[in-house]
Every structure is written in C-alpha cells, then in structure tokens.
Ligand binder design. Structure first.
Ligand SMILES: [Zn+2]
Length: 101
C-alpha cells in the first residue's frame, strides 16, 4: 500500500521552481534563436545554386520533396529561387525526382 501512495506524491515546491527555471531558460534560448534573420541565404549572403546538391538536399525531406517555408525558414524570394533551382537540378538529373536520400 505504501508504494502506491509514494507514486502519487505531490512534488515539492523546490522541484516545481527548478522546472520553471528550466522552462524559462529554454524559452530564452528560443527567443535568441528567433531574433536573427531566419533565411540562410539572406543571413550568409549567398546565392541559390542548382549545382550545390548538398544544400538542395538539406532543403528537401528524405523522399526528395521540397520542405515548406515554415520549416526551412527561407524568405519568400529565396524560396521561389530554390524551387526553380530544384526543378532545374531534377531536369539535369543532379538530384532525383523521388526516392530515398
Ligand atoms: Zn532570403
């Protein structure tokens, strides 16, 4: 009987405080991450290149479908340029249309 009681014990106040501090730290880190420019092409001032297949593979999911803007963090301008680059690279058979990476 005692074991079952121990399972449902209420956590102490100090533990709750520690959890709160951890959560605040995480949110601060997230805000720091969101502060800068999200688009990698704008941030590093590089151009979209259809020959850079390594970069294009990072902007695609494992089935070689392009990730949405919300996911890879590109701005509207660079997302449309990446779309064109991926289409061109597929046409030149640098990257596949579908399949596993
Ligand atoms: Zn951009």
């Amino acid at each position: 009987m005692k074991e079952t009681v121990d399972k449902f014990q209420v956590p102490e106040i100090e533990e709750i405080r520690e959890d709160k501090e951890l959560l605040q730290k995480q949110t601060k880190r997230y805000q720091k991450f969101r502060k800068g420019i999200r688009c990698r092409f704008c941030r590093e001032k590089m151009q979209v290149d259809f020959k850079n297949t390594l970069l294009l593979s990072k902007l695609c999911n494992p089935v070689w479908r392009m990730l949405p803007r919300k996911r890879n963090g590109n701005c509207r301008k660079h997302q449309s340029l990446v779309k064109k680059a991926i289409k061109y690279a597929r046409f030149l058979a640098l990257i596949p249309y579908e399949g596993q990476q």
